[in-house]
Design a protein around this ligand. Structure first.
Ligand code: FEO
Length: 172
């Protein structure tokens, strides 16, 4: 049976992953309102990916005999000054999530819960990728500056992203 301190921190992490999904969906709607359908599509895909992170966590909690308690989500920001500001906010959010995962991992290590520490390693690696991807887009947007042509090209590039919801995420 999983210890309460770990269970509580995993439940909080589930809420954060669902909030990530909500935030990125909100960014998607912001981009849509600006006519940037590629940016919007990219963020919709990111929102779906975040849901799989939450589901991965809740499947694990259940597997360990813990009870998942879903909490309310805070209202996400709706507007950003520019696409760059939105992606800078996404990068900042990912850094916050990395910090949060590290804290849950610290709690599992302090409690000598090796199974949870091992499980969380996937998230540690995933966060390296998440930060790198957001950072890459921030850098591209900085290079582009106010060039309409550059934004148009990046919109086309980001629109290529397709996230396939893995069926295994539902039963893992
Ligand atoms: Fe689930 Fe983007 O961290």
């Amino acid at each position: 049976m999983i210890k309460k301190e770990i269970l509580d921190s995993l439940n909080e992490q589930i809420n954060k992953e669902f909030f990530s999904s909500y935030l990125y969906l909100s960014m998607s709607m912001y981009f849509e309102s600006k006519g940037l359908s590629g940016f919007s599509s990219y963020m919709k895909n990111q929102a779906l990916e975040e849901q799989t992170h939450a589901v991965k966590l809740l499947n694990y909690v259940t597997e360990r005999g813990g009870r998942v308690l879903l909490d309310k989500l805070e209202t996400p920001q709706h507007e950003w000054e520019t696409p760059l500001a939105a992606f800078e906010a996404a990068l900042k959010h990912e850094e916050f999530i990395t910090e949060s995962i590290n804290k849950v991992l610290d709690i599992s290590i302090d409690n000598r819960d090796h199974a949870t520490s091992s499980f969380l390693q996937w998230f540690v690696n995933e966060q390296v990728e998440e930060e790198a991807t957001a950072s890459d887009i921030v850098n591209k947007l900085k290079l582009i500056g106010t060039s309409g042509n550059g934004i148009f090209m990046l919109d086309r590039e980001l629109g290529q992203r397709v996230f396939v919801y893995p069926p295994a995420a539902l039963s893992e």
